[in-house]
Design a protein. Structure first.
Length: 143
Protein backbone atom coordinates (compact mmCIF):
# COMPACT_ATOMS: atom_id res chain seq x y z
CA UNK A 1 0.00 0.00 0.00
CA UNK A 2 0.94 3.56 -0.52
CA UNK A 3 1.75 5.09 2.88
CA UNK A 4 2.45 8.60 1.58
CA UNK A 5 0.03 11.25 2.85
CA UNK A 6 -2.33 12.86 0.40
CA UNK A 7 -0.88 16.01 -1.21
CA UNK A 8 -3.70 18.17 0.21
CA UNK A 9 -2.88 17.22 3.79
CA UNK A 10 0.83 17.50 3.19
CA UNK A 11 1.00 20.88 1.34
CA UNK A 12 -2.25 22.79 1.81
CA UNK A 13 -3.36 22.05 5.38
CA UNK A 14 -0.22 23.52 7.02
CA UNK A 15 -0.80 26.81 5.14
CA UNK A 16 -4.44 27.29 6.19
CA UNK A 17 -3.71 29.00 9.56
CA UNK A 18 -1.31 31.42 7.89
CA UNK A 19 -3.76 32.20 5.07
CA UNK A 20 -6.60 32.76 7.55
CA UNK A 21 -4.42 35.05 9.67
CA UNK A 22 -3.44 37.16 6.66
CA UNK A 23 -7.07 37.32 5.49
CA UNK A 24 -8.07 38.47 8.98
CA UNK A 25 -5.44 41.20 8.90
CA UNK A 26 -6.75 42.46 5.56
CA UNK A 27 -10.33 42.40 6.82
CA UNK A 28 -9.48 44.32 10.00
CA UNK A 29 -7.31 46.82 8.09
CA UNK A 30 -10.19 47.48 5.68
CA UNK A 31 -12.65 48.02 8.54
CA UNK A 32 -10.27 50.38 10.35
CA UNK A 33 -9.64 52.36 7.18
CA UNK A 34 -13.35 52.75 6.51
CA UNK A 35 -13.94 53.70 10.16
CA UNK A 36 -11.29 56.44 9.95
CA UNK A 37 -12.78 57.70 6.69
CA UNK A 38 -16.26 57.93 8.26
CA UNK A 39 -14.89 59.69 11.35
CA UNK A 40 -13.09 62.21 9.13
CA UNK A 41 -16.30 62.78 7.17
CA UNK A 42 -18.28 63.28 10.39
CA UNK A 43 -15.73 65.84 11.62
CA UNK A 44 -16.00 67.70 8.32
CA UNK A 45 -19.79 67.69 8.52
CA UNK A 46 -19.70 69.04 12.07
CA UNK A 47 -17.23 71.75 11.04
CA UNK A 48 -19.42 72.67 8.06
CA UNK A 49 -22.51 72.90 10.29
CA UNK A 50 -20.65 75.16 12.73
CA UNK A 51 -19.44 77.33 9.86
CA UNK A 52 -22.96 77.44 8.43
CA UNK A 53 -24.36 78.75 11.72
CA UNK A 54 -21.65 81.42 11.83
CA UNK A 55 -22.42 82.46 8.24
CA UNK A 56 -26.12 82.72 9.05
CA UNK A 57 -25.50 84.85 12.15
CA UNK A 58 -23.05 87.12 10.31
CA UNK A 59 -25.32 87.50 7.28
CA UNK A 60 -28.37 88.35 9.37
CA UNK A 61 -26.31 90.87 11.34
CA UNK A 62 -24.72 92.32 8.20
CA UNK A 63 -28.03 93.44 6.75
CA UNK A 64 -29.12 95.18 9.99
CA UNK A 65 -25.94 97.15 10.76
CA UNK A 66 -23.79 99.57 8.81
CA UNK A 67 -20.64 97.69 7.80
CA UNK A 68 -18.61 100.56 6.36
CA UNK A 69 -15.27 98.86 6.99
CA UNK A 70 -16.47 95.56 5.38
CA UNK A 71 -15.41 93.38 8.30
CA UNK A 72 -18.62 91.36 8.29
CA UNK A 73 -18.74 91.21 4.50
CA UNK A 74 -15.21 89.85 4.29
CA UNK A 75 -15.92 87.33 7.05
CA UNK A 76 -19.03 86.13 5.23
CA UNK A 77 -17.18 85.71 1.93
CA UNK A 78 -14.24 83.97 3.61
CA UNK A 79 -16.51 81.57 5.50
CA UNK A 80 -18.53 80.83 2.36
CA UNK A 81 -15.31 79.91 0.58
CA UNK A 82 -14.33 77.48 3.36
CA UNK A 83 -17.85 76.07 3.50
CA UNK A 84 -17.75 75.40 -0.24
CA UNK A 85 -14.45 73.54 0.16
CA UNK A 86 -15.78 71.46 3.04
CA UNK A 87 -18.99 70.64 1.19
CA UNK A 88 -17.02 69.54 -1.88
CA UNK A 89 -14.97 67.17 0.28
CA UNK A 90 -18.04 65.80 2.05
CA UNK A 91 -20.14 65.24 -1.05
CA UNK A 92 -19.57 66.58 -4.54
CA UNK A 93 -23.33 67.02 -5.03
CA UNK A 94 -23.69 69.56 -2.20
CA UNK A 95 -24.24 73.01 -3.62
CA UNK A 96 -23.46 76.19 -1.72
CA UNK A 97 -24.51 78.33 -4.68
CA UNK A 98 -27.99 79.12 -3.37
CA UNK A 99 -26.66 80.24 0.01
CA UNK A 100 -23.90 82.26 -1.65
CA UNK A 101 -26.38 83.95 -3.99
CA UNK A 102 -28.79 84.83 -1.20
CA UNK A 103 -26.18 86.12 1.23
CA UNK A 104 -23.80 87.93 -1.13
CA UNK A 105 -26.16 88.77 -3.98
CA UNK A 106 -28.00 91.98 -4.71
CA UNK A 107 -26.57 95.07 -3.05
CA UNK A 108 -24.03 93.19 -0.95
CA UNK A 109 -21.01 95.46 -0.32
CA UNK A 110 -22.48 98.29 -2.34
CA UNK A 111 -22.20 101.86 -1.10
CA UNK A 112 -25.92 102.49 -1.46
CA UNK A 113 -26.95 99.43 0.57
CA UNK A 114 -29.95 100.14 2.76
CA UNK A 115 -30.30 98.69 6.24
CA UNK A 116 -33.12 96.19 6.38
CA UNK A 117 -35.75 95.67 9.03
CA UNK A 118 -35.76 92.26 10.78
CA UNK A 119 -39.01 91.27 9.04
CA UNK A 120 -37.61 91.80 5.52
CA UNK A 121 -37.84 88.97 2.98
CA UNK A 122 -34.04 88.79 2.70
CA UNK A 123 -33.81 87.33 6.22
CA UNK A 124 -36.34 84.64 5.37
CA UNK A 125 -34.42 83.74 2.21
CA UNK A 126 -31.14 83.48 4.13
CA UNK A 127 -32.72 81.30 6.82
CA UNK A 128 -34.34 79.04 4.20
CA UNK A 129 -31.09 78.60 2.28
CA UNK A 130 -29.25 77.77 5.51
CA UNK A 131 -31.98 75.32 6.50
CA UNK A 132 -31.82 73.51 3.14
CA UNK A 133 -28.03 73.22 3.22
CA UNK A 134 -28.08 72.11 6.88
CA UNK A 135 -30.63 69.43 5.99
CA UNK A 136 -28.43 68.17 3.14
CA UNK A 137 -25.35 68.15 5.37
CA UNK A 138 -27.10 66.26 8.15
CA UNK A 139 -28.31 63.76 5.56
CA UNK A 140 -24.67 63.07 4.67
CA UNK A 141 -24.16 61.47 8.10
CA UNK A 142 -26.23 58.53 6.86
CA UNK A 143 -24.19 57.93 3.70
Amino acid sequence: MNNQPHWFYFYIMPLIPTVLTIAGWFFIAHREKSKRRLERKDRRIDAALTLLEKIEADALRYYTVDDADNVLANAIKHNLKWLAKLCARINSNLKVTELRTVTTGGDFQSKNRMLLKPDHEKFIQISEAVFRLRDELEGCHDD
